[in-house]
Design a binder for this molecule. Sequence first.
Ligand SMILES: [Zn+2]
Length: 208
Amino acid sequence: MKKERGDLSIIRWSIQTRKQEKRNRLLKRTPNYKKYAIQGNCIKKIYLFYSLRQKESMEKYPRYSHAYFMQKAIQLAQQAAEEGEVPIGAVVVAEGKKIIGKGYNQTEKLQDVTAHAEIIALSAASQYLGGKYLQNCTMYITLEPCTMCAGALGWSQISRIVYGAAELKKGFSQFKPRILHPKTEIITGILAEECQQILRAFFQDKRK
Ligand SMILES: [Zn+2]
């Protein structure tokens, strides 16, 4: 088709070209551009993705690292402290990437001694998966689990447990270190100081 000046089609064509150029520029700047390019012309999505990437890079710990998820658990512990609960938080992560369960201590609010962070996060994760076994899942907890929670984690056959601070009085390793599933891997001491600090501050405040 011959394009003449003043023709509507030529205006439309130039707008299209400019849009295309803008999109290409954005795609080049976005590291995961191929994934988005397949989905077609979703400039908004690319914008959103790009700003999210920027936000993440500003975070302290690399994404998907143990410290990254422990920080999420610490945030939950802080929430518990704000609500007057002993500050302990837990998250369950599937395939090392997606958080599928969150929990923080709510024994006071619910007046229930079993409402520990781990139990709440476990229930949430099982509900999300629609199954009771948490294979390929990791639980991040700010404090070493007690024997009750370790027992529940043992039943869930969870693949890995990562905890921050050690619990020298009620921690499961003091009583029943073999209560967990034999295949469960344990990693300790991730951001231990930060995890301990929240507890220390909470009890210091209470004593006042
Ligand atoms: Zn517990």
